[in-house]
Design a protein around this ligand. Structure first.
Ligand SMILES: *Cc1c(COP(=O)(O)O)cnc(C)c1O
Length: 491
C-alpha cells in the first residue's frame, strides 16, 4: 500500500460519534451503561487504526478494516464482553489434576452443598450453639483437622503462603530461622521463601548447598538467636543425582540438643521450633501412586515437627486455605496474632473445608467423593472407558473428512506442586486434523466456545485427557465444540 493510500484509509476511519450513532451501538447503549459503550467505541476505533498501521494489509482489506460497519461490530463485541462473566467454568482436558490456573481442586458435592447452605442464610460462623453465646470461627474445622492428623490444635487461614508468613512472623520475627539452600524454593511465580522471610522480619540463615545439606550444616548454624529450623517441601521440583537433605526427625534432634546446650550454659534464648512447610499436604497415603508418595501432614508432625502447614486446595482437594497444625500452646499464639484476623477464612470457605474434611473421616468415602482423590486414583481402565466414550462422541459429531479420532495411552500429572516426577498412566482422545489445524482448533475451543475447553497439543494433534474430564456433560460439550469448529471452517 502506498503512503498516500494508507493516509486516506486512516482518514476514512469513523469517529467515535459515528460508531455510537450506528443502530447496533445505539441499541446497546440503551441496554448497557453509556460510558461502557463509549469506551468500547473508542477502543474499537483505536484498535482498527493500530491494526491497519501494524499489518501489511492489501488496500481492500485495510478499507474493510476501517469501515464503519466493521468498527461498530467490533465495538459492540467489546461492550458485550465487558458484561460477560470473567470468572467462569472451564472444561479441563489437560490431564493436570491440581491445575493452579484452572482453580486447583474441584469441590466435592458435599462441600458445594455446605457452601450453598451458609451462603443462602445466616450461619453459626461465630456463634456457639451450646453456650448460646459468641463463638469462634476457628472452632468449625479444628477438631476435624486434629482427628485426621493427630495434632493437638489447628488453625486454617487464607492459603498456605499466608500460613507460612504467619508462622514466621509469630515465631521468628527478629530472630534467626535456618533453612537449607536446597529448599529455597519459588512456587507459582510469587511465593519465594527468601521474600516471605524478609516480609516477616525473620533473619534467614542459609545452610548447605543446592544439592546437599547435612545435619552438621544445621548444627553449625544454630546460635543463641536461632528461633526456628525451617523445612520446605520442594514441591515443584526434584533434585536427582548426588543429593542429601536432613529429615524433620534429624532436625528435631538438632534443635533438642541445641536447647539442652543453652540450658547447660544458663542462656535465656527463644525456643527452637522445627517447622515444615509441607506444600501439598496429603491427609491420606495415596496408596496406588506407589513409591513417590507424599508424606501426610500427620506423618510430618509425628516425625518431630512442632508445626506443619499445608494447602487446602492441593492434594487435600478442598477450597483455597492454609492449615497449620501443632501444639495447643503454639497454635494458641497464632490465633492471637493480628495476621490471623487479616488472613482469616470466610464462611463459604470454612463450610467447604469442614465438609471436605468430614469426608476424610472415612478414607474410602474420601477416595470416592473428593474429586481430586478420585481423579488421582482412577484406574487406567476406567479412564480408558471415558476416553473411548469421548472418541465415539467426537467421531459421531465430526465428519471423517475433517479429522480422525482415537483413544491413546498417555501420561497425566498431579500438578499443584505435588508428585512432580510422578507419571500417572492415563488415556486421552487424540484428534488429528485433515481440515484446519491443532493450534487453530485449540484457540477456537478456548476463545470462541462459551465454556473454554483446555486441551493440549502433541505433534499436530489435539489431546483431550480423559482423567480430568468430570462427567458425560463435559464429554458432550467437547464433542459439540469440535463439531462447531469444523462447521465454522466451512462457512
Ligand atoms: C503450594 C505451596 C505453597 C503455597 O501454598 P498456597 O496454598 O498456594 O498459598 C507454599 N509452600 C509450598 C512448599 C507449596 O508447595
Amino acid at each position: 500500500m502506498t503512503k498516500k493510500n494508507l493516509n486516506s484509509i486512516l482518514r476514512s476511519l469513523p469517529s467515535v460519534e459515528e460508531v455510537l450513532n450506528t443502530p447496533a451501538a445505539a441499541a446497546l447503549a440503551a441496554e448497557l451503561p453509556r460510558s461502557v459503550v463509549v469506551d468500547a467505541a473508542r477502543e474499537a476505533v483505536s484498535r482498527a487504526r493500530e491494526h491497519i498501521l501494524s499489518s501489511s494489509l492489501t488496500d481492500d482489506d485495510a478499507a474493510e478494516a476501517a469501515s464503519l460497519d466493521a468498527v461498530a461490530t467490533h465495538a459492540c463485541a467489546i461492550a458485550r464482553a465487558f458484561f460477560a462473566p470473567s470468572l467462569r467454568r472451564v472444561v479441563n482436558a489437560s490431564g493436570v489434576i491440581v491445575h493452579t490456573n484452572l482453580g486447583r481442586s474441584v469441590l466435592a458435592d458435599e462441600a458445594v452443598a455446605a457452601v450453598l447452605d451458609v451462603a443462602r442464610g445466616y450461619s453459626t460462623l461465630e456463634y456457639d450453639v451450646q453456650g448460646m453465646c459468641r463463638g469462634s470461627r476457628h472452632a468449625h474445622c479444628e477438631r476435624l483437622i486434629c482427628e485426621l492428623t493427630g495434632a493437638e490444635a489447628a488453625i486454617a487461614v487464607n492459603n498456605n503462603a499466608a500460613a507460612v508468613m504467619m508462622v514466621l512472623s509469630e515465631f521468628a520475627c527478629g530472630h534467626e530461622a535456618v533453612v537449607s539452600r536446597g529448599e529455597l524454593v519459588e512456587i507459582g511465580g510469587s511465593f519465594r521463601i527468601p521474600d516471605i522471610m524478609e516480609l516477616s522480619n525473620a533473619r534467614m540463615i542459609e545452610v548447605g548447598t543446592t544439592n546437599k545439606t547435612h545435619d552438621f550444616d544445621y548444627e553449625r548454624a544454630v546460635t543463641d538467636d536461632t528461633a526456628m529450623l525451617l523445612k520446605v517441601h520442594t514441591s515443584n521440583y526434584r533434585l536427582i543425582g548426588f543429593t542429601e537433605s536432613v529429615s524433620a526427625r534429624e532436625m528435631r534432634r538438632i534443635a533438642d540438643a541445641a536447647e539442652a546446650d543453652r540450658r547447660a550454659r544458663g542462656v535465656d534464648a527463644p525456643r527452637i521450633l522445627v517447622y515444615e512447610d509441607l506444600g501439598s499436604g496429603a491427609l491420606l497415603a495415596l496408596d496406588n501412586l506407589g513409591s513417590m508418595n507424599e508424606p501426610t501432614a500427620g506423618e510430618a508432625l509425628a516425625a518431630g515437627c512442632d508445626l506443619v502447614s499445608f494447602s487446602g486446595d492441593k492434594l487435600l482437594g478442598g477450597p483455597q486455605a492454609g492449615i497449620v497444625i501443632g501444639s495447643a500452646e503454639l497454635i494458641g499464639r497464632l490465633k492471637k496474632n493480628p495476621l490471623a484476623r487479616a488472613l482469616r477464612l470466610d464462611k463459604m470457605t470454612l463450610a467447604a473445608l469442614e465438609a471436605t474434611l468430614r469426608l476424610y473421616l472415612n478414607p474410602e468415602v474420601a477416595r470416592e467423593h473428593v474429586p481430586t482423590l478420585r481423579m488421582l486414583n482412577a484406574p487406567a481402565a476406567a479412564v480408558r472407558e471415558r476416553a473411548e466414550a469421548l472418541a465415539a462422541r467426537i467421531a459421531d459429531a465430526v465428519p471423517a473428512e475433517c479429522g480422525a479420532v482415537e483413544a491413546v495411552p498417555e501420561i497425566s500429572r498431579a500438578g499443584g506442586g505435588a508428585l512432580p516426577m510422578r507419571d500417572i498412566d492415563t488415556f486421552a482422545v487424540q484428534l488429528e486434523f485433515k481440515r484446519g489445524g491443532a493450534q487453530d482448533c485449540e484457540e477456537y475451543l478456548i476463545r470462541k466456545n462459551d465454556v473454554p475447553i483446555i486441551a493440549r497439543i502433541h505433534q499436530e494433534a489435539l489431546l483431550f485427557d480423559a482423567r480430568t474430564i468430570l462427567n458425560d456433560d463435559e464429554i458432550d460439550e467437547i464433542a459439540r465444540a469440535c463439531a462447531a469448529y469444523f462447521e465454522q471452517l466451512e462457512a
